[in-house]
Ligand binder design. Structure first.
Ligand code: PLP
Length: 373
């Protein structure tokens, strides 16, 4: 077998939809010696992690923690804890991850109603409000930053208020937004939001931050049936995160070291400067792409600073360009998929990947490759 000796992998510039690049400080934190998952030092670390998560989610929610698993674990937890068989769930979907929300909700026994926009478009909040009025829903689920298209759903406060007026909880996917652009859970009155360590928080994959409002906790307490997923049952997880810290599962210690360090970096930079940095380098990228005749799919007002999606002219060989970026420049970007397969690239400038030198390097590499193609 052809093996990568001593895991001596190439150093890539990770400019795709995640994982993003991990700062050396975070990698060093991960290499710290293990302590046990009930060690007082580890419990203190978890408490600090919780405080920092509340800061990035901009919430006072007591129930705020990091779940084991990647972003999809957050999706599972956000749905399985609040869905009982037969519950009506509205999913507003504008791409791949909205579709995944609908799929997961269905597996927990929900009667799922899909409200759809074509990939690349977003919802007018009034459209969601009208759908909420048509039927009594237990829960509305939607994606804030749709990584399959590069679109940002705006109007979350209006959407949340319309859902609450009808008695529905709001679940928001903030996987590609948290840490890269404003996510204001309390101000927007979102009930459940989850994310992933490896996108705009720039940590290794394996943990999924989640935060849950008092309203949602009340709904959790009023369930008639046990949560169908034992591992992600917030009742059990909460007993581990809160004193007296009852064992639930063995926490992935090193990943928590990493996430705490990554969150400390976010705190040191400050949310506003961090969002401004993501915005500034995204704008630099957009201008450069337009100059290379690679127009952006998403109109400016709905465009994500963390994930840009230039359209590929038919004359360009999508896969060949990505291969050369990787082989000759060590740069990873991603392909489009679903209805956007072959039509767009997906370029992530998330967390530590969002830097001037990366934008310049990518634009220079694309210019070279396109000139010689
Ligand atoms: C990446 C992503 C997910 C899934 O996260 P994984 O870490 O791949 O499990 C969910 N939602 C959105 C919007 C994403 O970008």
């Amino acid at each position: 077998m052809d093996m990568i000796s001593d895991l001596n992998t190439s150093s890539r510039f990770l400019l795709g939809p995640g994982p993003s690049m991990v700062p050396p400080r975070v990698l060093r934190a991960m290499a710290s010696p293990l302590v046990g998952h009930l060690d007082p030092e580890f419990l203190q670390l978890m408490q600090e992690e919780q405080t920092l998560l509340r800061l990035v989610f901009q919430t006072d929610n007591e129930l705020t923690l990091a779940l084991p698993g990647t972003g999809t674990s957050g999706m599972e937890a956000a749905l399985c804890n609040f869905i009982e068989p037969g519950d009506a769930v509205l999913v507003a979907s504008m791409g791949f991850f909205g579709e995944r929300l609908a799929e997961i909700a269905g597996r927990y026994g929900a009667q799922v109603e899909r409200l759809e926009r074509p990939w690349g478009e977003t919802f007018d909040p009034a459209e969601i409000e009208a759908a909420l009025k048509a039927r009594k829903y237990k829960l509305l689920a939607l994606v804030h930053a749709e990584t399959s298209t590069g679109a940002l759903q705006t109007g979350i406060p209006e959407i949340a208020s319309a859902a609450h007026a009808q008695g529905a909880l709001v679940v928001l996917d903030t996987v590609t937004s948290l840490g890269g652009l404003p996510v204001e859970i309390d101000h927007w009155d979102v009930d459940v939001a989850y994310s992933a360590a490896q996108k705009s928080l720039s940590c290794p994959p394996g943990l999924a931050p989640i935060t849950v409002s008092e309203r949602a906790r009340q709904a959790l307490r009023q369930r008639k049936t046990p949560v169908a997923n034992w591992y992600l049952d917030l009742n059990g997880l909460e007993k581990y995160w809160e004193a007296p810290h009852a064992y639930h599962h063995t926490a992935p210690i090193s990943l928590h070291y990493a996430l705490r360090e990554g969150l400390r970096i976010v705190e040191e930079e400050g949310l506003e400067p961090r969002f401004a940095r993501h915005r500034a380098f995204a704008e630099m990228l957009w201008e450069g792409l337009e100059n290379l005749d690679l127009p952006l799919l998403i109109p400016l007002a709905q465009r994500l600073p963390t994930l840009s999606t230039p359209q590929i002219p038919p004359s360009i060989d999508d896969a060949a360009v990505r291969r050369r970026l990787l082989d000759e420049y060590n740069i990873e970007i991603a392909a489009g998929f679903g209805p956007l397969k072959g039509k767009i690239w997906r370029i992530g400038l998330m967390g530590h990947s969002s830097r001037r030198e990366h934008v310049r390097l990518l634009l220079g590499a694309l210019e070279d490759i396109l000139a010689s193609a």
